[in-house]
Design a protein around this ligand. Structure first.
Ligand code: MG
Length: 390
């Protein structure tokens, strides 16, 4: 029996995780769930899965649902502390972090300090303070299992892949081939200055939340994943090569010294990497439509276009210099994505504003940061980005 906590159960990762858990059967039990504003779906999930604990991280949501909770579910106070509490429950065997953005940072740190196995979909904390997070994992014997489809593909392509030793195993690889769909604007003929949120939200391959879909359109998501892979697998930037692959069938690959390339291929559906993070090292039937190689006409691979997608270079700058740049990159990006979705700035302003925030940060750059500093740089970057947006 595996007791599972899901942070962000009404988001796209959470919904997929519950779908997988339901299909896996009674050996996998939902211990705690959290959500923020989608109270209708959350209540339905509480009735369906009857977790021991539930958290809604807003007073408004709390007031809305507190009288409708099933008797067996304990609704905790609406606070970040409660998220941290369920992320570190003694009975929890696995914590799935499906939160969005830096909101997942504190609950992740709590899970780490409790020495948990964490299925991590929420890549932003790693972007903000990856070096520190990996150090804390070591200190508290916590383990991160990748959920993001690309790091999961790398994990699955490693020799003797084991959740406790995969960082060691990664020492033997020549490079990671990190695949990118290219997003909705791959080979776009129009002017990227003029694209509207609805166009940027129309991802050709993946159905995901809004924040990550915009990050995919700017290719910032691929920059974030570069940083994520560097930290998770302890690799330098030079060993992570981005390859555009529009069909999103090869979810990333590992190239070995002898030239052999080992990859993971499947239909683009997050339920597969989520399920593997839950059932590792075992594999079971999954609700995802099996991939038929015979149905595929072709698989294309090409170089990314750094000039059309300047967010890539900004993320690589943060990846190369590390330290405080990650927290600044993430904070500025979250503010810019939100401003773009509200049509306060143009699509192309996202990279321009982040670059301005970087330039302002240069003089205060620190090569090593503490948790408090990561959070402080995040706040600073948000304020700075806001100043440039006005
Ligand atoms: Mg991904």
């Amino acid at each position: 029996m595996k007791n599972i906590v899901i942070l962000g159960s009404t988001g796209s990762i959470g919904v997929s995780a519950l779908d997988v858990i339901k299909a896996l059967g009674p050996s996998y039990k939902v211990l705690a769930l959290s959500a923020r504003s989608n109270t209708e779906l959350f209540l339905k999930q509480l009735i369906d899965f009857k977790p021991k604990y539930a958290v809604v991280n807003s007073q408004e949501s709390y007031d809305k649902i507190k009288n409708s909770i099933p008797a067996e579910v304990k609704l905790l106070e609406p606070s970040v502390d409660s998220l941290c509490e369920i992320a570190s429950l003694k009975e929890a065997d696995l914590v799935i972090n499906g939160l969005v953005g830096s909101a997942g940072f504190k609950p992740l740190m709590s899970a780490i300090k409790a020495g948990k196995v964490i299925a991590l979909a929420n890549k932003e904390p790693i972007v903000m303070a990856g070096a520190l997070i990996m150090k804390e994992c070591q200190k508290y014997s916590a383990t991160i299992v990748p959920v993001d489809s690309e790091p999961s593909a790398v994990f699955q392509s490693l020799e003797n892949c084991d959740i406790h030793t995969y960082r060691e195993a990664a020492k033997n690889i020549k490079k990671v081939l990190l695949t990118a769909s290219g997003g909705p604007f791959l080979k776009y003929q129009g002017n990227l200055d003029d694209v509207k949120p609805a166009q940027a939200l129309a991802h050709p391959r993946w159905k995901m939340g809004k924040k990550i879909t915009i990050d995919s359109a700017t290719l910032m998501n691929k920059g974030f994943e570069t940083i994520e892979i560097m930290h998770l697998f302890n690799l330098p930037l030079e060993k992570v090569k981005i390859v555009v692959h529009p069909q999103s069938i090869v979810h990333s690959a590992v190239e070995y010294e002898d030239g052999a390339i080992v990859a993971e291929l499947s239909n683009p559906d997050m339920r597969l990497p989520i399920q593997y993070a839950i059932t590792y090292p075992k594999r079971f039937p999954c609700p995802v439509k099996p991939l038929s190689l015979l149905d595929m006409a072709r698989l294309d691979f090409m170089e990314p276009d750094f000039s059309a997608f300047p967010c890539l270079a900004l993320a690589q700058h943060a990846a190369k210099h590390g330290g405080s740049f990650g927290a600044v990159l993430n904070g500025a990006d979250e503010v810019c994505v939100e401003a773009f979705l509200k049509e306060k700035i143009k699509f192309t302003d996202i990279a321009k504003i982040i670059e301005k925030v970087f330039n302002s940060h240069q003089k205060d750059f620190k090569t090593q940061i503490s948790i408090e500093e990561a959070l402080a740089f995040d706040i600073w970057a948000r304020q700075k980005a806001q100043e440039f947006i006005k």
